[in-house]
Ligand binder design. Sequence first.
Ligand code: GTP
Ligand code: MG
Length: 340
Amino acid sequence: MASEGVEMKEKTASETVEDEEIVIDVDEPEPTIEDLPGVGPATAEKLREAGFEDLLAIAVMSPPELAEQAELGEAVSSKIISGAKKLANIGGFVSGNALLDRRSRVEKLTSGTSSLDELLGGGFETQAIVEVFGEFGSGKTQIGHQLAVNTILPKESGGFDGEVFYIDTEDTFRPERIAQMAESVGIKPEDALNRIHVARAYNSAHQMLLVDEIKRMSKNIDVKLVIVDSLTSHFRAEYIGRGMLATRQQKLNRHMKELKQIADVQNALVLVTNQVMSKPDAMWGDPTKAIGGHIVGHASTFRLYLRKSKGGRRIARLIDSPNLPEGEAVFTVTSEGLRD
Ligand code: GTP
Ligand code: MG
């Protein structure tokens, strides 16, 4: 099951070119930034500090940009970039049929409300990152809790019958809320809580490490839902001022890429929550826009903008979907969970 996303890489490439057999050993460790020309421990440290862990991220930079962001000389940057272009895994082309085959394995998770499910073309999709953004109290964490419970449901009931990994950055995960929602869909609270694995992230670096941990664990566990609630709060608190903006965006970008990789490899859903700015802010920009700007927006497959409405209702607006019309859904948060 957990093979599709790495299919290209896992195949032992063995092809004959003019009598010479080229065998790429798949067990060979992937090159790291230390393998680049002119990169010793100090430069490696600078690159990592600036968020350049990934060879591809370096390969696509220009020498002046890399020089500025990683505080290196331009000549060194230029040499590093040429090295990265040779070593980076640029990826490859796959046929439209292979993509169609991958798409055919997409599964959809019910939200427990028909309006939200309809808005999303049948539910929350695997192989996708869904970003839910909205102001405080708009229901982002409630959606996270509900999807966690629904992921445990059997497939016939709109679930994934899989395991949930919940990265909690704001200490708002509540097992008793899970228990309440589980009971109302007929799952024993302890069975639900058994399959929801929660970690508190203490800062953004820890948050990113936890994703590595999920990757490691996913070799033996059927990870179907990963939640990062909130995606941006630590980044926002730690990277303050314009001078930190580029670094923050790079780290967020890398974080999103790792999450997307889990979504693809595991055929899983990734849900990230994001606050909107409550007041205009020179550094963070437009008050109605989500934090993290275009990096988070572009890396998300679906974006749901939540707002509060009269009578405790919530309105979710679908924005920027690759294949669905924009639209809105109305739902409520009740003691049993999300309902129409
Ligand atoms: P921030 O994390 O602060 O940005 O907010 P959020 O978007 O995560 O909001 P959250 O999902 O925590 O929504 C909180 C709201 O959900 C509350 O104000 C209630 O309206 C509703 N809610 C939460 N728990 C319950 C419950 O047990 N019963 C009912 N009826 N409503 C609840
Ligand atoms: Mg919340």
